[in-house]
Design a protein around this ligand. Structure first.
Ligand code: PLP
Length: 378
C-alpha cells in the first residue's frame, strides 16, 4: 500500500523491454539495422507517452527521472528567460524535485514566491494571480501532491498563466496514468512524468514541452532529444515507459475504481478515535489516503505495519530518512507532533477489498499499542 513511492514493473512492460538489452541493443543513433530498430522503438514509445497526456509526439523529451524532468523544466525555463525576468511562482507543497531547483536558483539571484495552501492542501488560483509581477517567468504548481494526494486547480491556473503569457509547468508524476490528463485542457506548457509510478521501470521520465516553449538544456553533448537532453537514450527504459503509458491509458477506469477502496479504507481508519484525514475529502487522488493519529509516531506505525506484511509510508518515501516533519503537512497547518503521527497508504491496481479489510482490522491494535507507550497520550 505504498504505490505512490513506486510500483512493480508490469510483466507486459518487462517483456517489452527484454529484447532491447542484449538482442536489439543498438545505439539509436547508429545507421545499421539494430540501431534503426532501437530508434523506431523509442519513437513508438514517444507516441504512447504523448498519447497518455494528449500531446504531440514531438513535444515529449525523455529524461532520466521525474526529478530530472522537474529540474529541466524549472532551470531550463529560468536560464532561457533570464533576460526577461527573474521571478518564479511555485507552492509550498511541491516535491523536493521542484523546491530544491527553486532554492538553487534563489542562490543565483532568482526570486521565488512559495504560495501557501489551504488547510485541505489546495492552492488558491487567486493567490497565483496576485503573485504575478512583470518579472515573472514561470509558474510551477504540481498536479497532485505525493503525500496528501490533493489535486490542484491546474485548469484555472492555466487560464491565468495564458492570460498573463507566463509558461506554466506542472509536476504530474503522481497523476500521469492515475487520472485522465490532457495538456490542452490543463493549459500547461510543461509537464513532468515518471515511469516507475505507473508500473514502468525506475530511472526514466519524460518532460512535455509545448511547441513554442523553449528551455535551456542542462546536459550538453551529442544533441540527443532535439538537443534538449544529450546522452545515448536508455532504450529498454524508454520502451518500458511507452508500454506502461499505453497500459496506463487503458487502465484509467481501473485506477478510478480505486476510489471505492480508498473510501472504504478511510471509513475504516477513521473509526479509530482521534484519527483524522489529511488533505481534501474529495479533491484527492483515487488511490491516496493520508491519516494522522494523535499521540503516536508515523515511523513506529510503519514498522508495526511492516511486521504484519503491510508496506506504508509516513510523509514521502523520498524524505523518510529525514527527521524533519514533512513540509507538506506543516504547510497545511499541522503541528510538528501531528505531522509526525501521519500515515500514508496509497493503493494500486493489484490491491483488493481484502487488503483494505486486513489493514482496517490491524490498525486499531497497532494504534492502541503505540498510544499505550506514548508519552504524549493522556
Ligand atoms: N515529483 C513527485 C510529485 C513525486 O512524487 C516524485 C517521486 O516520488 C518525483 C517528482 C520524483 O520522481 P523520480 O523518482 O522519477 O525522480
Amino acid at each position: 500500500m505504498d504505490h505512490s513511492a513506486t510500483t512493480a514493473v508490469d510483466p507486459a512492460v518487462r517483456e517489452a523491454m527484454i529484447p532491447y538489452f542484449s538482442e536489439k541493443y543498438g545505439n539509436p543513433s547508429s545507421l545499421y539495422t539494430i540501431g534503426r530498430e532501437a530508434r523506431r522503438a523509442i519513437e513508438e514509445a514517444r507516441l504512447k507517452v504523448a498519447d497518455l497526456i494528449g500531446a504531440k509526439k514531438e513535444e515529449i523529451i525523455f529524461t532520466g527521472s521525474g526529478t530530472e524532468s522537474d529540474n529541466l523544466a524549472i532551470k531550463g525555463i529560468a536560464y532561457r528567460n533570464r533576460k526577461k525576468g527573474d521571478h518564479i511562482i511555485t507552492s509550498s507543497i511541491e516535491h523536493h524535485a521542484v523546491l530544491n531547483p527553486c532554492k538553487y536558483l534563489e542562490a543565483q539571484g532568482f526570486k521565488v514566491t512559495y504560495l501557501p495552501v489551504s488547510r485541505e492542501g489546495i492552492v488558491n488560483p487567486a493567490d497565483v494571480e496576485s503573485a504575478v509581477t512583470p518579472k515573472t517567468i514561470l509558474i510551477s504548481i504540481m498536479h497532485a501532491n505525493n503525500e496528501i494526494g490533493t489535486i490542484q486547480p491546474i485548469e484555472e491556473i492555466g487560464k491565468i498563466a495564458k492570460e498573463k503569457n507566463i509558461p506554466l509547468h506542472t509536476d504530474a508524476v503522481q497523476t500521469a496514468g492515475k487520472i485522465p490528463l490532457n495538456v490542452d485542457a490543463l493549459g500547461v506548457n510543461l509537464l513532468s512524468m515518471s515511469a516507475h509510478k505507473m508500473y514502468g521501470p525506475k530511472g526514466v521520465g519524460a518532460l512535455y514541452i509545448r511547441k513554442g516553449t523553449t528551455v535551456e538544456p542542462l546536459l550538453h553533448g551529442g544533441g540527443h532529444e532535439r538537443n534538449i537532453r544529450s546522452s545515448t537514450e536508455n532504450v529498454p527504459g524508454i520502451v518500458g515507459f511507452g508500454k506502461a503509458a499505453g497500459l496506463a491509458k487503458e487502465r484509467l477506469p481501473q485506477e478510478a475504481k480505486l476510489a471505492t477502496l480508498r473510501d472504504s479504507l478511510i471509513r475504516g481508519a477513521l473509526e479509530i478515535k482521534e484519527s483524522y484525514l489529511n488533505g481534501h475529502p474529495t479533491k484527492r487522488l483515487p488511490n491516496n489516503a493520508n491519516f494522522r493519529f494523535s499521540y503516536i509516531e508515523g515511523e513506529s506505525m510503519i514498522l508495526n505495519l511492516d511486521m504484519k506484511g503491510v508496506a506504508a509510508s509516513t510523509g514521502s518515501a523520498c524524505s523518510s530518512t529525514s527527521l524533519e516533519p514533512s513540509h507538506v503537512l506543516m504547510a497545511i497547518g499541522l503541528r510538528p507532533e501531528e505531522a509526525h503521527g501521519s500515515l500514508r497508504l496509497t493503493l494500486g491496481i493489484e490491491n483488493t477489498q481484502e487488503d483494505v479489510d486486513y489493514v482496517v482490522s490491524i490498525l486499531p491494535e497497532i494504534v492502541n499499542k503505540l498510544r499505550m507507550i506514548s508519552p504524549l497520550a493522556r
